[in-house]
Design a binder for this molecule. Structure first.
Ligand SMILES: [Zn+2]
Length: 77
């Protein structure tokens, strides 16, 4: 997926932000830089929002594996 404005490639998380902040059924996406200009907020703030949504478990953002979960699945020796 490429940014509608500058044609830079848009990451999965950035697509999630577009959906969260612009519209859920967005078909055109902006990169973080263009999104920050469009919404008049700093890129730093957008990164914070990404982490907030991720922590909340939002599926529009790449979820990191929970460390505790993998520990639990480790076979007992
Ligand atoms: Zn852009």
């Amino acid at each position: 997926m490429l940014c509608k404005h500058c044609k830079r490639s848009v990451s999965y998380d950035e697509m999630g932000l577009n959906k969260k902040l612009i519209r859920r059924d967005a078909e055109e996406f902006f990169c973080l830089c263009c999104l920050s200009k469009k919404l008049n907020v700093s890129e730093e703030r957008l990164r914070e929002k990404t982490e907030e949504y991720r922590r909340a478990g939002c599926l529009l953002f790449a979820q990191r594996e929970k460390e505790n979960e993998s520990l639990d699945k480790r076979p007992l020796l």
